[in-house]
Structure formats: structure tokens, C-alpha cells
Design a protein around this ligand. Structure first.
Ligand code: THU
Length: 133
């Protein structure tokens, strides 16, 4: 994964963030996931008056890709407007692990600050399909 790809992924997540439906938290998030073939799928958080139905940006991006038949991913980026970079929430970490495997996860803010960590570090000893056998 070269830097240009990561930059492009962050830009895609930033653009997706502008579409966030977050009237309750006012906390807008954008995400972009890249497939092995180089396609980018984006998502934003989508809230609901019944708060628990809220869907995070990361899951929207991944579910869009999965629903289009994508199966292999190289990396994912998450963008929020915070000084301390916003990492994916717990449920999103589980979903990233299930569908993307051990990919690098890049967090970024609107001012060029970024950090990248492997999902394995964000979700150590993950529960997954191996345990169901
Ligand atoms: N949110 C995301 O979309 N992704 C994250 O990784 C953290 C949280 C959203 C959910 C909710 O709409 C808002 O941010 C505040 O929690």
C-alpha cells in the first residue's frame, strides 16, 4: 500500500463524511475501504431518532462493498474532525476483522494528521469464524 493510495483513501473518506446524517450527535464521520483491485467504497455515519439504530461510517462503507460482491480488501481509512484521531468503535473493529482481515486502518482528521495501525492491534485475540468449527 503506497502513500498515494492512502492519501486518496483519506480524501475519499473526507468527501464521504460531508454526507453524514448526524443531527443527534453532530459528530460526522467518513470512511473509505479499498478493494484488492483498487476500487474504493465509501460510507458516512447515519443516525436515527431511535439512537441505537445508528450505523457507523466504517460499516456503511464495508457493507456497501460486500453488497456489491467485493471480497478482498487492502486497507480502510476513517476521518473525523477531532484533534485526537478517532479510531473505529468496538463493533466496527469486529466487522473490519471479519470482512477485511488484518488490514491497516488509517485514522485521519481534517487537518492532515494521520495514524495507521493494523486491525490486529486494535482488536487483539479477535473472535471469529475459527471458533465456530
Ligand atoms: N461513529 C462512526 O461513524 N464511526 C466511529 O468509528 C465512531 C463513531 C459515529 C456513530 C455516531 O453517529 C457518532 O459517530 C457519534 O458516536
Amino acid at each position: 500500500m503506497n502513500n498515494k493510495n492512502v492519501k486518496e483513501l483519506i480524501e475519499s473518506a473526507k468527501t464521504a463524511r460531508e454526507k453524514a446524517f448526524a443531527p443527534y450527535s453532530n459528530f460526522k464521520v467518513g470512511a473509505a475501504v479499498q478493494t484488492k483491485s483498487g476500487k474504493i467504497f465509501t460510507g458516512c455515519n447515519i443516525e436515527n431518532a431511535s439512537y441505537g439504530l445508528t450505523m457507523c461510517a466504517e460499516r456503511v462503507a464495508i457493507f456497501k462493498a460486500i453488497s456489491e460482491g467485493e471480497k478482498e480488501f487492502t486497507n480502510i481509512a476513517v476521518v473525523a474532525d477531532t484533534e485526537n484521531l478517532t479510531p473505529p468503535c468496538g463493533p466496527c473493529r469486529q466487522i473490519i476483522w471479519e470482512f477485511c482481515g488484518d488490514v491497516p486502518v488509517t485514522f485521519a482528521n481534517l487537518h492532515g494528521k494521520t495514524e495507521t495501525l493494523p486491525i490486529k492491534e486494535l482488536l487483539p485475540r479477535a473472535f471469529d469464524a475459527k471458533f465456530l468449527k
